[in-house]
Design a protein around this ligand. Sequence first.
Ligand SMILES: Cc1cc2nc3c(=O)[nH]c(=O)nc-3n(C[C@H](O)[C@H](O)[C@H](O)COP(=O)(O)OP(=O)(O)OC[C@H]3O[C@@H](n4cnc5c(N)ncnc54)[C@H](O)[C@@H]3O)c2cc1C
Length: 487
Amino acid sequence: MSEGIGEVDGGTRGTGGTRNGEVSWWWRDLGHTASTPRRAPLPGDVDADVAIVGAGYTGLWAAYYLKRAQPDLRVVVLEAEFAGFGASGRNGGWLTNSVTGGRERYVATHGRDAAVAQQRALNETVDEVIRVAAAEGIDADIVKGGELNVARSASQAARLRSTALAEAAWPHTDTVEWDAAQTGERVRVAGAVAGLWHPHCARIHPAKLVRGLAEAVERLGVHIHEGTRVSEIRAGAAITDHGTVRAAHVIRATEGFTADLRGEHRTWLPMNSSLIVTEPLPAAAWDEIGWKHGDTLGDFAHVYMYAQRTADDRIAFGGRGVPYRYGSRVDRDGRTQEATITGLTALLRSFFPVLAGPAAASTGIAHAWSGVLGVPRDWAATVGVNRASGGAAGSTYWAGGYVGTGVTATNLAGRTLADLVLERDTERTRLPWVGHRARSWEPEPLRWLAVHGIYAAYRAADRAESRPGAGTGTAWPARIADVIAGR
Ligand SMILES: Cc1cc2nc3c(=O)[nH]c(=O)nc-3n(C[C@H](O)[C@H](O)[C@H](O)COP(=O)(O)OP(=O)(O)OC[C@H]3O[C@@H](n4cnc5c(N)ncnc54)[C@H](O)[C@@H]3O)c2cc1C
């Protein structure tokens, strides 16, 4: 066994043992286990004004803003497992301002001003989440330290440079380009040659946010029924294994799990992402690393990583494992593959070599897990409504397809869903992602072949670009993968 961060061997390490799955370390940190009691399931058939399917951030934010706007609304949230079981309780904790799918697509369809409005709304949403958390007494370890993405090869530096130029052409992006020395002053990542930073991002503890939000909506009188799986959403009804909720408004907030709903199998592809978290690092390791301002940390690799320094001085470090399971099969317990744990651990050590040395000899990987996110065919998030018409019993709504950037967007989606339900014409309902629809994913085996081909190509491109003497251009497999992905 080596010194430093422990080796992972068959799910355990030499000392301590790496937990795998059990939803996420975030939940374990809150003492949540398989035996934690759940909220009561739906007691049978129920009438409500609004039925919300899924108790992640999307569903809970929608419930929150609906009750704030109209306290007498009867709002019921139906959750297959427990509130925060999905990506909302497992993510990397980047509360950031990304426009999922990019702004450019909206220039063609809605004009440049609409694309700018989408960006401005997401910037403001970062602060809205922080505001509500404070107002509701939710301590989610929030620190607004900005988002730093580093380049560690000539090709990554070229992509950083072109991203910086592209961002500078838009208002409200506020990106700052740093050289190697400036980047190192912020976070000392081995081999970093440049950094791109912006201020519109906060580090959060995902499970603390979703747990606090669930409690906040209950205080407002929302009923959350856990252990209640919805099999089908119809106009006017959500049909569950415990009864039917009849409601004029039914919201689908099921993100990466959407493929399991009747009629939605090819709507959004369930994509996996994995994280590891270290044990708390000793002060000597932090002296080497820096990272004092709460920035979230990412890179410009094609198969990129994302990380945060947690409130209790660990590093949570994420990236792509096995991206997709045949037939859109969805993960249940959050277990991730040993190869993914080993790969992420090696990458973490290459970022911070101190973790492989004596200064961190007592630390190891405490926990590894994965989660599922929803990917639309055009990689662009949406929120929208099918209004009741032609004698339909009600309207159905959806929000999601955030890919890997939903922590902030879910709040904007929740506020927008509330506006749509209450038929309010607002700045939000006029944003260009409202009503946006992507075509369905291809049937199998094309879907599996495409996703695995794309990620194999991105990995090959990352390897080629990190070889000594590699040029500044993006390696050709990544160019082809971009075309297949439609990005
Ligand atoms: C590993 C990982 C890391 C990520 N990191 C980041 C990050 O750092 N920053 C960022 O912005 N985004 C990140 N994301 C994405 C972000 O977490 C999601 O976009 C966001 O949490 C989506 O919230 P949601 O409520 O729409 O979906 P979810 O949180 O997935 O909630 C959906 C809920 O619906 C329930 N459900 C599903 N189907 C049914 C059904 N039929 N009946 C009843 N209930 C059902 C599920 O059990 C689940 O609780 C990450 C995602 C993953 C997986």
